[in-house]
Design a protein around this ligand. Sequence first.
Ligand code: ADP
Length: 353
Amino acid sequence: MNKKELQHTEDLLWIVTDNKGTVIHYNNAFHLLVCNDIQNSVLQYVHPTEVKSFKRILKNTAEKQKSNIFDVRLKFNTSSYKWFETKVSVSTDATINITFYLIDKRKKEIIQLKDALSKEKYLSQMKSKFVSTTSHEIRTPLSIIKSSAEVMMMFLETINDEKLSKSFMNYLVNINNESDRLSRLINDVLIMQKADMDMIECNKQSTDILSLIMHTIERHNLIQKDGRIMNLTITGTPSNVMIDPTLFEYIIDNLFSNAFKYSQNSNNPDCLISYSSIGFNVSVKDYGIGIPEEDINQIFNLFYRANNAKLIKGTGLGLNIVKKLVELQNGTVLVKSQLNKETEFNIIFHHNS
Ligand code: ADP
């Protein structure tokens, strides 16, 4: 037998030692492959970092009369080491039998990979737990801040000093708006995290999307500082559709918010709902900054923000979530845009999908 044969057949190396590891007998494979030059102790062939544990196992095997299996690196020739699955057991005459099987390199790598993956999984679970716990914890103080600001706003309205009331009102409006922004961010993070873990529940039910959209429009119209409103057009015959109302509202809310945000001081944005026999689609169109051609294919990527949007506040989370939620309900989301002219998002749902 030669070294090549052993590598391919994973043949067995076998030795007998005393309880200190001094070699008494060895088979031909051991002689040929590991120690052309037989030395006294098996420990001389063991990788230096494993000598201590090898010694401990020998001692333990001898004392407890129990066999042990473990992996160890043996000096394969003068310079290199190879992994061997090693079994140590005691014979009736108190000598120790040691067998070594050459371990396939890939097998070893798979073991290491599995270890790495389970560590990675653990770390990612810890990360998710951290994110969801802190996000939930932030919600309570945030709602206290917001409601306190609202109470103070109501109080200010009763004060006769107009100058004082106006200047404080501005601060309170800021607190209120920023609390809303933070709360949207937390909701985005939580929903993102659920989506990552495939934990978003989709409860399709017969939904009146027209009134849902009208309510959302009302909410958005009320908070526009430049006084703009979302125009609404309907084609086809309105009817209830099978959709998850909560997820749908999130989608629409995000598209409306972007339409206003990226078109400050331009024309009113448009929302068009089209009903047909095969399904329905909702288009949200604005006449603002548009999306550069080189960015448009990436805007659904997590945290991606186009170059012309960097001065406008945002996180790059919303559209990624929108796409996930639309696709979760077997819909499609499309975008087209002309720089500095217009941007249109279209969500399409078919009845039979
Ligand atoms: P955010 O608005 O928080 O940055 P989104 O995920 O909602 O995150 O959007 C990703 C990017 O897509 C934005 O940063 C912007 O570059 C671009 N975008 C989205 N909607 C519009 C729009 N209506 N007009 C122009 N650009 C848009």
